[in-house]
Design a protein around this ligand. Structure first.
Ligand code: B4P
Length: 191
């Protein structure tokens, strides 16, 4: 089993790269952002509870996002060669929650990827995506809020995976294919 975490600022390409990784290595892609957007679109009780937070770029409380993640883990446990966690964890607490949840299933994270890109590039990408995504959080004001929240939380996440010796930084700039090549080199060294 190969279990990966991919984190990085909004627009760094986590979702884009996770989709390629899933395809190449036969992993299951768990994106908490997508799961939350699905709950919102389906107007579930949880979706209604988190909608205003997601739309304004705030983080959803740990216990709610954990509930969504654990449900997906339990459902998909027996499929695929492992998991790629995209957008979870987003802070130190969530990193510990994920570690405990996996350990209780006798699983572990093998590689944590920190995808980086400059703010100029991130804002450019998200504004471009906003033209077609229909996502209420893809606009300039909310992007700045999301970047600020990201920066506040990322150092705990970095030190968590650094202490475990699993942290790997990958430059997220360049074409999606170039970024993917950097990531495959890294994964292939571990398998
Ligand atoms: P996410 O869905 O994780 O949103 P994201 O950070 O914007 O996406 P990502 O980095 O995956 O970017 P993408 O590949 O699409 O989260 C949304 C919200 O959900 C959060 O703000 C929060 O409210 C909530 N949430 C999610 N997880 C949570 C958690 N664990 N705890 C609490 N709250 C949580 O790429 C962006 C764009 O760039 C795309 O248009 C793509 O085509 C383009 N692109 C990608 N790579 C490129 C490249 N190399 N060159 C040029 N363009 C590129």
């Amino acid at each position: 089993m190969l279990n990966l975490v991919i984190f990085g600022p909004p627009g760094s390409g986590k979702g884009t790269q996770a989709a390629h990784i899933k395809e190449k290595y036969g992993l299951l892609h768990l994106s908490t952002g997508e799961m939350l957007r699905h709950e919102i679109a389906s107007k579930t009780a949880l979706g209604l509870e988190v909608e205003s937070l997601v739309v304004s770029g705030q983080l959803v409380p740990d216990e709610l996002v954990t509930e969504v993640l654990k449900k997906a883990l339990a459902e998909k446990m027996s499929q695929g060669n492992g998991f790629i966690f995209d957008g979870f964890p987003r802070n130190g607490e969530q990193a510990q929650i994920l570690e405990d949840a996996l350990n209780s299933l006798n699983l572990d994270i093998n590689i944590a990827i920190n995808l980086t890109a400059s703010d100029t590039e991130l804002i450019k990408r998200i504004l471009l995506r906003g033209e077609t995504s229909g996502r209420a959080d893809d606009n300039e004001i909310v992007i700045k809020e999301r970047l600020e929240i990201y920066r506040k939380n990322v150092s705990d996440l970095i030190s968590f995976y650094q202490k475990l010796g699993k942290l790997n930084e990958v430059d997220g700039e360049g074409t999606p294919q170039e970024v993917f090549e950097r990531i495959t080199k890294l994964i292939d060294k571990h398998i």
